[in-house]
Design a protein around this ligand. Sequence first.
Ligand SMILES: NC(=O)Nc1ccc2c(c1)=C(Cc1cc(-c3cccc(C(=O)NCCN4CCCCC4)c3)c[nH]1)C(=O)N=2
Length: 300
Amino acid sequence: VTKRNPRDYIFGKVIGEGSYSTVYLAKDIHTNREHAIKVCEKQQIIREKKREQVRREKDALNILSNSGSSFFVKLYCTFQDAERLYFVMSYAKNGDLLPYINKVGSFDAACTRFYSGEILRALEHLHDLNIMHRDLKPENILLDHNMHIKVADFGCSKILEQPDAVEKPILNENNPRQRSNSFVGTAQYVSPELLTEKTISPSSDLWALGCIIYQMIAGLPPFRSRSEYMLFKKILNLDYVYPDGFNADAKDLVQKLLVLDPNERLGTKDDQRYTSIRSHPFYNGLDFDTLHLTNPPPIY
Ligand SMILES: NC(=O)Nc1ccc2c(c1)=C(Cc1cc(-c3cccc(C(=O)NCCN4CCCCC4)c3)c[nH]1)C(=O)N=2
């Protein structure tokens, strides 16, 4: 197969933007297929010291693209020119989950069950491959033409060579205001151990899942503040409340995921599949193994 180049595609509208990348809707002139092409400026990557993140993203996407799961954007090919890197990926026609949560204000139990169930299946697959996402949030949960999920953006991901991989903490004990440049993820969904501890684990993605389930029902994430420092304090003090009428089973599940100690979160003692999450009463009656084959419930 000849290596692709930018002239093999008709570039359309911008469908995503990052600090060092822009995602375009593009059409392959040979297959007429629509793709999302993430274009990274080489100078920007160097300026923002993101070479490691770009390499991790490509490695994670390559592993996932050959792993047979439909719950992730696929990386079809990469190429470069003098100034830019190009990642040709799946186009998820219905964009990300956030506008849907904002549009309806709150998902009903069937929608919350279905979409958090698909995210759990994606995490089982990801963690089974020893990959952590580390920036899971509604904006990175895309929806394809059938309204099934495709997890995107592996720029903060980590492939765990050894299960208890060690990284620099973001906040260190003696100077809580100081943050190392190892900060990964988006502040509202970042787990407490990424703020203070040294060990990182897949359990950080389970914390983010707890935040997303809360947000699907409450309409907003559990930890919010205009100041990032106050936001971190709220996370470390587990300072959040449930609105009146919050589904009782979902509340019990979220309370078992938003646990400060990563080793005490529901699911962290499971292997292969998150059976203790699958068997939580909130998921009674949900068949996790056929989710990707069923019609998603309408979001209204
Ligand atoms: N950082 C990254 O790697 N980002 C990526 C990677 C791959 C990728 C990616 C981002 C994609 C983002 C994307 C964005 C969009 C999109 C952008 C703008 C508008 C819309 C849109 O209006 N969709 C219709 C759905 N609306 C949503 C709100 C409620 C009414 C209906 C979709 C579609 N897909 C994509 O399809 N594939």
